[in-house]
Write a protein that binds this ligand. Structure first.
Ligand code: SER
Length: 313
């Protein structure tokens, strides 16, 4: 049977790129994109959908004969701190609607992203293991942690085939980040090319786990395509790409743009970053379904600057 995929939150940082990738694999018409707003440019079938509107979500699933949902709509860490009630409601209600659709047999498989934000200040910061202390202190992290528990619960109780990754900060050139604490690592490349300088909202020395978008896309699709028995963790998998601080990313940019300078003006996002791990141990993802990243800081910087430079020139 042909898979029919629905991407919810398709206009966002991940959704934009994942939609294009999935359309290459499954065919344009087998991937329906949806978001709360119409896309700037529709590349294939799309629907308007507020992830909190269960009735409309179900109607769209039925209308298109959807078999898999990628549920990406969420308020990220910085935005959710500014609007905690909406952050909790949107992140949880959205997930429940997706989990219920799977529980009721409307869809066969659900993908839902978790985050390094599930960890907190009491978590061991270096090589943070899959199973460890988890006391998140941001609304976003609390919603992702609760969400992970519900994913596992729906899998164990109702046999729901839900799959999830704890994404680190994601860096790509095709789409803008949407209100996260790791967004600086995208903005810095744009500013380096445009103005040769960047004022960073995190301090020097703030090491965070990050991942280049092509790695994130292949991790996501590989996990979703893995045979169900290999997906042994149904809360969410640790996945690691690269870890660096603002000084290190600036140094890697300077290899291509020698005059580039960075300055620091930390804001409320510093406290969020300080509560998160510096690096992630992803042994389980590697062992269970063969995860392996391709990019390090140097080849990511080269690729980012190449593509962004080509866009601006
Ligand atoms: N990149 C996300 C954020 O900063 C982490 O999941 O909110």
């Amino acid at each position: 049977m042909t898979e029919k995929i629905l991407i919810i939150g398709a206009n966002g940082q991940i959704g934009t790129e994942l939609s294009a990738e999935l359309r290459k694999i499954f065919g344009t018409n087998n991937v329906v994109t949806s978001d709360i707003k119409a896309p700037a440019q529709a590349e294939g079938p799309y629907e308007l959908l507020d992830v909190m509107d269960k009735e409309n979500m179900y109607a769209i699933i039925k209308k298109h004969g959807i078999t898999q949902v990628y549920l990406l709509a969420a308020l990220l860490s910085a935005t959710a701190e500014k609007n905690p009630k909406l952050g909790w409601d949107l992140n949880m209600q959205g997930l429940f609607n997706g989990l219920d659709a799977a529980k009721e047999g409307l869809i066969k498989k659900l993908y839902w992203p978790s985050s390094i934000a599930v960890f907190g200040p009491t978590t061991p910061r270096v090589n943070t293991p899959q199973y460890t202390v988890m006391e998140p202190n941001t609304i976003y992290g609390i919603s992702k942690q609760a969400g992970e528990r519900f994913c596992e619960y729906y899998h164990q109780k109702y046999g729901v085939d839900v799959r999830s990754l704890r994404y680190p900060g994601l860096i790509g050139y095709k789409s803008a980040p949407g209100g996260g604490t790791t967004d600086y690592a995208v903005h810095i490349y744009h500013e380096a090319l445009k103005n040769k300088t960047y004022e960073c909202f995190l301090k020097a020395g703030t090491v965070l786990p990050m991942m280049y978008m092509p790695d994130a896309l292949h991790a996501t699709i590989e996990l979703m395509e893995a045979p169900a028995e290999k997906v042994k963790i149904r809360s969410s998998y640790n996945v690691a790409g690269v870890s660096f601080d603002p000084e290190e990313i600036a140094a890697s940019i300077r290899k291509h743009i020698p005059e580039f300078t960075i300055s620091y003006k930390p804001d409320f996002r510093q406290a969020i970053a300080d509560s998160w791990p510096a690096s992630i141990d992803d042994t389980e993802a590697r062992n269970h379904w063969g995860w392996k990243p391709k990019y390090d800081l140097e080849n990511m910087t080269k690729d980012m600057l190449h593509h962004l430079g080509a866009q601006t020139s």
